[in-house]
Design a protein around this ligand. Structure first.
Ligand code: FES
Length: 174
């Protein structure tokens, strides 16, 4: 049976504990945001409001920080987080077309997540692997020197990986 209300309550209690832990410390906002994002996977407005109230600072300040730093996200992320580097070296080697192909296959844009929660897509700045341009990362995996034709196979690899994991789970349950 899926759990909705009680999980939300547990998370809220957890968030309150995080706020309490940092409340009286200077510069509390960034660590609170980090831990809250670990807890929720992203930072929806409701969570930002709770943090603003708990730390007694304006919501606009919280929102300003969340939108300034790229490590914070306003949207849910997929199990596989795809980042396409659009830095100069990657861009001149066709990162734009790679991004478009991923977007076309998954039918999502930057900052969005597929409805099954499997993939999310983001554009990012140089990740320091310009020698491998154009580069994308999927979670911790780095895929470099890509062509548009490589993209479907790479995405399929993660879909297959997911399917294998599910099949494995079924075997264990059986
Ligand atoms: S520009 Fe893409 S890794 Fe540097």
């Amino acid at each position: 049976m899926s759990c909705t209300g009680c999980c939300a309550d547990n998370k809220l209690k957890e968030l309150e504990k995080i706020i309490e832990k940092y409340k009286d410390i200077r510069g509390a906002l960034i660590p609170v945001l980090h831990e809250a994002q670990e807890l929720y996977g992203y930072l929806p407005l409701s969570v930002q409001k709770k943090i603003a109230e708990g730390l007694n600072i304006p919501l606009s300040e919280v929102y300003g920080v969340v939108t300034f730093y790229t490590q914070f996200s306003l949207n849910p992320k997929g199990k596989y987080k795809i980042s396409v580097c659009l830095g100069t070296a990657c861009y001149v080697k066709g990162a734009g077309e790679i991004y478009d192909k991923i977007s076309e296959i998954l039918n999502i844009k930057s900052g969005e997540c597929t409805p099954d929660g499997l993939f999310s897509l983001d554009a990012c700045r140089c990740i320091g692997a310009c020698g491998l341009a154009p580069v994308i990362t999927i979670n911790e995996d780095v895929h470099g020197r890509l062509t548009v034709d490589d993209v479907p196979g790479i995405i399929q690899k993660y879909i297959d990986k997911e399917k294998e994991a599910k099949d494995q789970e079924k075997l264990v349950e059986a």
